[in-house]
Design a protein around this ligand. Sequence first.
Ligand SMILES: N[C@@H](CCC(=O)N[C@@H](CS)C(=O)NCC(=O)O)C(=O)O
Length: 273
Amino acid sequence: MELFAVVSVASLILGIVAMWLTCKKRSVVGNYPKDTIVLHQIRRGPYAPSISPFCVKLETYLRMSKLKYQNVCGRTMSSKGKVPWIELNGQEIADSEFCIEFLNKKFDVDLNAGVSRVDLATGVAFQRLAEDSLYWCLVLYRWVFRVNEAWLEEARIPVLFRWYVSRFTRRQTWSQGHGRHSQAEVDRILQSDLQALSEFLGTKPFLLGREPSQVDCAVFGQLSQFKWNMHGCLANTLVTETFPNLSAYCERMKERYWPDWDEHTLMGRKQDK
Ligand SMILES: N[C@@H](CCC(=O)N[C@@H](CS)C(=O)NCC(=O)O)C(=O)O
């Protein structure tokens, strides 16, 4: 009976602390200079500017489109409960893709100029592969299979937060579907996704040709995690060794849009905010 009471109280305390650590605060402060694009994202990652592929995607887009923005790294989630999101003159836009759509319209940005409609359609299909399949493999390796505990240390993720994220990503990936597979099966999904991406990229410098286009933001965002934030596991070996054109592609994107990469990683020291 006593043990039961102790366990109950301990769980309650753990639950409260976990809720505090992970609470999804949300506010559109609107206290920024007029016409400033405010990019809300989580704090910087150890070897890539974020541990979130969607944050890398949106920030890369802002750099590609040469739009000035202000970074706010923290735990403030969008009204949809996710990061990244932006605000502009007090208006909130949630979801990286909707942010891009909004900014394209607002600032007359077109990163797809000169790309054929067929290539754009193929780009959409690869973006779905990246964001709706590769992403869930990433989540599973990182939080459910826990393939790299040392990396979680490097990312400075508190132990309680790891436990919380593991629990909820287990539920998320189960509902999505990938989470019902064994690790060996997820390895096979990942390998065939990356192989398709690698074959399609071939010897092209960027996904749809000689110049980068909008889809590169999304694909680079996901691949950046496998290349820089997943070392010591199959996902990293596949990108860096099995499919070296994917690795070279990541380097190309980094070189072009992130000359200050190291300044925006935890291991490279300086942090935003
Ligand atoms: N479709 C969204 C996906 C964003 C997303 O999944 N973000 C993750 C971080 S990588 C998140 O906020 N997860 C929190 C949650 O699922 O509760 C986008 O493009 O912005």
